[in-house]
Design a protein around this ligand. Structure first.
Ligand code: PAF
Length: 281
């Protein structure tokens, strides 16, 4: 049975022992309710490291007051089985009190990259992500950490944080994993009713449209965004939060496709906010 550590001290002791034995450590931070997207990160970590730690922690600090912290899906038993079957060695599953002790008041914050895209509609989100990920990095002290490209802004932010704060960790970005019909895998897909699940296909179809336009040589960001907007608006259950084209490194909007870009969107299907994106070099 895979070990589930609930205390910081247990993780530290185990990782220290591995390092003393000269072993490398890969790390996959998650909020649990694991799916094939997370599994692809764990698989990659297992391939590239001697030992792999997966954290499962629904981080209260990255949820806004009206967001889905309480209803966020949880299933530790299923998650442990998936981690074990995929070859992970240790799960870190702390209680919030273990991560945020009484009187907690230190944060990791970032400007610029966090001010666009999801940062606009989720103002406290990235401060919560940066804070918890740096805490987890200090606890696990991995050689490599694995993040999905589905959360492209989060991945860019973590890479920037590691660079800015001289953290000696290699950040590995892994491709988006999709359902057979194209919908990007997400723990939040479980919120969708059957009718909404069908409607949610509009996201990946719109990303495909953007990819076609980019590949055919369209260089005007406004033209691409306007066609994407029309496509999303053709789905009655969909409501756009944002559709944007930004510089892939800085997350700042650009008018012309003249560098590596991220084309990203967040769309509500009913009450569920879903994201999807594509990168173009
Ligand atoms: O991507 C996630 O699941 C979370 O934002 C992360 C990186 C585990 C931090 O809580």
């Amino acid at each position: 049975m895979i070990t589930i550590a609930t205390k910081v001290k247990e993780v530290r002791e185990q990782v220290k022992a591995w390092k003393k034995a000269g072993l490398t450590v890969g790390f996959v931070p998650t909020m649990g309710y694991l799916h094939e997207g997370h599994q692809s990160l764990i698989k990659r970590a297992v391939e590239e490291n001697d030992k792999v730690v997966v954290s499962i922690f629904v981080n209260p600090m990255q949820f806004g007051p009206t967001e889905d912290l309480d209803s966020y899906p949880r299933d530790l038993e299923k998650d442990s089985a998936l981690c074990e079957a995929t070859g992970a060695n240790l799960i870190f599953h702390p209680e919030p009190e273990e991560m945020y002790t009484d009187g907690f008041c230190s944060y990791v914050d970032m400007s610029v990259l966090t001010e666009e895209l999801c940062g606009l509609s989720r103002p406290v989100h990235f401060r919560g992500v940066c804070t918890v990920v740096s805490k987890l990095f200090h606890i696990v002290t991995p050689d490599r950490a694995y993040f999905g490209q589905k959360d492209a802004q989060q991945l860019a932010i973590i890479k920037r944080m590691v660079l800015d704060l001289n953290m000696d960790i290699e950040i590995v970005g892994c491709p988006i994993v999709r359902e057979a019909d194209g919908l990007a895998k997400s723990s939040r897909n479980t919120y969708l009713s059957p009718e909404e699940r069908k409607a949610a296909l509009i996201l990946s179809q719109t990303i495909q449209l953007a990819e076609q336009l980019l590949q055919s040589g369209e260089k005007d960001a406004a033209t691409i965004i306007s066609q994407m907007t029309k496509k999303i608006e053709s789905e009655p259950l969909a409501r756009i939060d944002y559709i944007k084209i930004v510089d892939a490194m800085t997350m700042q909007q650009i008018p012309t496709i003249d560098r590596p870009i991220l084309c990203a969107m967040a769309v509500y299907i009913g009450k569920t906010r879903l994201i999807d994106n594509t990168m173009f070099e």
